[in-house]
Design a protein around this ligand. Structure first.
Ligand SMILES: Cc1cc2nc3c(=O)[nH]c(=O)nc-3n(C[C@H](O)[C@H](O)[C@H](O)COP(=O)(O)OP(=O)(O)OC[C@H]3O[C@@H](n4cnc5c(N)ncnc54)[C@H](O)[C@@H]3O)c2cc1C
Ligand code: SF4
Length: 338
């Protein structure tokens, strides 16, 4: 385990956030990582529970070996920590940034203390792995003579592609959009998940042998029948992009958009030409009302603020209260937001 009485010695500390004034002037990620010394102390808080609820069914959905890498970080064994993390997690650089961290909500320490800061430690391990050059393409030596097509390149498609490719299948991923990543690319905004982070992983997968084909809508550009003829197996990882509409009076009035249309348009414009085009759905100079106060609503608020710099004032007021940020109620101890 970390340090025998580390949970008594050290308080929970989380990564920081850049100041609101700074954040609304650019589109970059806004978190400030903890320094290594602090991360070690946070690892030391883990009690290595006999039944680690953090990694069981009520905690991490992919059974990350959390107490093991908490201990390794405390003992400065970062490379080994990365190896343990990679045993269960295909893309810790995504989950370390945007997972809602049910592990922290299930952490036993959270019963009477703030939970272990698991998500920040996870991200630090993988970020260090990239910085140190420990994460390299894992080339596949023996190929099975079977071809698999994956339809959809969101996190589900990418994870399936990674697993099948490493076993030795020849994998082709079809994506109807112009970029790979699904909602990692065009749903979750830049400020929460930089698109260079997504591209870096896609490049690795490409170097490992996965083929990606964009701008191809299966069912329209290629029929599923033809796809089945050309491949030994077809896997559908198409997500659920269809919006839940709000059939209220005047729903069809000008200027009302589903979140995904708005977010996609803005991210695409940022990546294509740094917001130079006029075709995007822009919040610039407009008053914006967001209906729905969940994570997607928060993403729309953040995007409107950075692109439009003008938003319904009660929301700005809420943002500038550091303890509340976007929340309307106080989070439970250790329950981190996305
Ligand atoms: C705005 C927003 C913010 C979010 N933020 C977070 C967050 O912070 N943390 C978190 O954990 N989750 C978040 N989520 C949820 C998360 O993004 C999804 O759960 C996740 O992306 C689902 O992955 P997926 O691979 O199943 O589908 P998707 O990511 O939707 O990917 C499916 C892909 O399939 C493609 N496709 C569909 N049909 C076809 C076809 N016929 N031919 C070719 N391609 C096709 C689509 O274009 C898409 O790229 C967010 C969701 C939204 C909408
Ligand atoms: S539940 Fe919390 S304290 Fe226990 S092993 Fe997991 S992270 Fe450590």
């Amino acid at each position: 385990m970390g340090k025998t009485i580390g949970f008594l010695e050290y308080k929970r500390v989380d990564e920081g956030n850049k100041k609101v004034e700074h954040r609304i002037k650019n589109y970059n990620e806004f978190t400030v990582p903890l320094e290594e010394k602090k991360l070690k102390e946070q690892g030391a808080r883990c009690m290595d529970c006999g039944v680690p609820f953090c990694q069981s069914s009520s905690g991490c959905p992919i059974d990350n070996l959390i107490p093991e890498w908490n201990d390794l970080v405390y003992n400065n064994e970062w490379k080994e920590a990365l190896q343990r993390l990679e045993k269960t997690n295909n893309f810790p650089e995504f989950t370390g940034r945007v997972c809602p961290a049910p592990c922290e909500g299930s952490c036993v320490l959270g019963l009477n203390n703030p939970a272990v800061t698991i998500k920040n430690i996870e991200l630090a391990i993988v970020d260090k792995g990239f910085e140190e050059g420990w994460i390299k393409p894992r080339l596949v030596n023996t190929r099975i003579e079977k071809k698999v097509a994956l339809v959809g390149s969101g996190p589900a498609g990418l994870a399936a592609a990674d697993e099948l490719n490493q076993i030795g299948y020849s994998v082709t991923v079809y994506e109807r959009s112009d970029r790979i990543g699904g909602l990692l690319m065009y749903g979750i905004p830049n400020m929460k998940l930089g698109k260079d982070v997504v591209d870096r992983r896609v490049d690795l997968l490409r170097q490992e042998g996965v083929e990606f084909i964009t701008n191809t809508d299966i069912g329209k550009d290629i029929s599923t029948k033809d796809l089945k003829k050309s491949f030994d197996a077809v896997v559908f990882t198409t997500g659920a992009t269809k919006a839940r509409d709000l059939p209220a009076e005047n729903r069809n009035a000008i200027g009302i958009y589903p979140a995904m249309e708005y977010l996609t348009s803005n991210t695409k414009s940022l990546l294509d030409n740094g917001y130079a085009d006029k075709s995007k759905l822009s919040a610039k100079g407009k008053n914006v009302i967001v209906i729905g106060g969940g994570d997607t609503g928060t993403d729309c608020i953040g995007t409107s603020l950075t692109t439009g710099r003008k938003i319904w004032s009660p929301i700005l007021k809420l943002m500038s209260q550091p303890s509340q940020r976007f929340r309307l109620s106080k989070p439970s101890p250790g329950q981190s937001g996305r």
